[in-house]
Design a protein around this ligand. Sequence first.
Ligand SMILES: *[C@@H]1O[C@H](CO)[C@@H](O)[C@H](O)[C@H]1NC(C)=O
Ligand SMILES: *[C@@H]1O[C@H](CO)[C@@H](O)[C@H](O)[C@H]1NC(C)=O
Ligand SMILES: *[C@@H]1O[C@H](CO)[C@@H](O)[C@H](O)[C@H]1NC(C)=O
Ligand SMILES: *[C@@H]1O[C@H](CO)[C@@H](O)[C@H](O)[C@H]1NC(C)=O
Length: 459
Amino acid sequence: MPSSFWRIIFVHSCIITGFCCYFNPDGNPNIPAIAKYFTTKGRYEEVNPYLIEDILAVNTSILQPPSAQCRQIHLTAIIRHGTRYPTSKNVKKMQKLYDLVKSSASGRDHWLREIQSQWRMWYTEDMDGRLVQKGVNDHKHLAVRLSKLFPSLVSEEKLRGGFIKFITSSKHRCVNSTLSFKAGLTELWGITDQEFDHSVNDALMRFFDQCTRFVEEVDNNPSALSEVDKFRQGPEMRRVTEKIADRLRVPYSDINDDMAEAAFYLCAYEFAIKTVNSPWCWLFDEVDAKVMEYANDLKQFWKRAYGYDINSKSSCILFHDAFSRLNKAASENRSGQQVTEAVTVQVGHAETILPLLTLMGFFKDSDALNSTNYATQAQRSFRTSRMLPYAANLLLVLYDCGGGDLRLQPLLNEKPVTFPGLTSQQASMPLYEDVKDNYRELLQGCDFETECQLFKSPA
Ligand SMILES: *[C@@H]1O[C@H](CO)[C@@H](O)[C@H](O)[C@H]1NC(C)=O
Ligand SMILES: *[C@@H]1O[C@H](CO)[C@@H](O)[C@H](O)[C@H]1NC(C)=O
Ligand SMILES: *[C@@H]1O[C@H](CO)[C@@H](O)[C@H](O)[C@H]1NC(C)=O
Ligand SMILES: *[C@@H]1O[C@H](CO)[C@@H](O)[C@H](O)[C@H]1NC(C)=O
């Protein structure tokens, strides 16, 4: 649909309804205006909007190797599963809010009547986080785009030859994402006479469950998230819950932070799963959505990122695994052998990628996110909406630029990023040796077993 079409519809709906501000000012009324604040429940397309028009579009010129000689020799792709259903815990919260709105909300707004008379609570607890059809497509399409971005690596020849390796977390949504990624490639090349294995490896892809120190000190420790709790009881969140109560015309005491979260999830899930701008989205304006976004960023910050050192250290095992694959490819290429693992596709969770990004120093702001600095964090780089939508991916691409000149390019969600700490002119594609030098301490230490012991012996 050309965007001019949506613009006309948009303008007309504004004139007729006067509800302009709730639609996306960029034009498409099917996209909630708050869609870019959905944090880890966000659509990949919000991070790369050019995909809305063409889901298979790639721009190879973003790679910009320093010379025409450069050849891709290895790709490690660490990918989050695709769009999924809510977990049973969130379904319960959504059900509770729906029951309240159905029984107690008054008011004549069209969106409220729509929720009360037409909308059906179709989420059930047995959906339990499973991959949805949109999630299947997320991975199929990503596979096709990666084959266009890295044609010499993600190729039919390499796949058939066994040079592409697939590793996944055991969770059904990850296994099914892996199957979808493979299906994207086999359908692209019309391969029907061969099947491709994957291995399940939770030690690598769900390291967080196996890191005792993380489990005891953070995951199972309610006081570890005290900043999150304080923010959720604080003035910004209170204003959001009061505005929701006003819109529903229920007493303020009926809406707590959990209800606000459930409403936000309902808007986000209806959009991510069904691509609809649901009536639930009317419960938030952009100011509210930013507060909801911060509450979740704060949680990710303390539970998976810079909040506690062990959060990132729990990913030491994945960090070393990635560099050992890169080293192996580099040394095979150097010694004149064919690179045996041209591509490694590793499918996991937001909780897999975020600690690794943190360990490598990405998205570190000068101040920690906390319960009282919402306003001063407005320009923070730590934004899970941009970092970790469904099918988020960290790509590490190793190049040989001739004469033993190896380079490593990191991309997040198909966009080049620069390794923090590396500031040469070639920052987006630094020498592999410089990257290793940058992470020397981690490469020499960062031992999973040691870091994850509950009682660390003094060094
Ligand atoms: C592709 O990327 C290059 C480099 O970032 C940019 O200059 C160019 O405008 C992009 N092209 C398209 C069609 O987006
Ligand atoms: C995974 O995919 C298979 C086959 O495509 C399907 O039968 C199954 O229900 C899916 N499981 C989940 C948990 O999504
Ligand atoms: C090493 O990489 C370079 C650049 O792609 C390539 O020309 C060379 O053939 C590779 N060596 C082997 C043995 O694959
Ligand atoms: C929150 O961070 C700010 C700096 O951004 C600091 O001044 C303030 O003391 C912190 N508040 C808490 C509760 O830690």
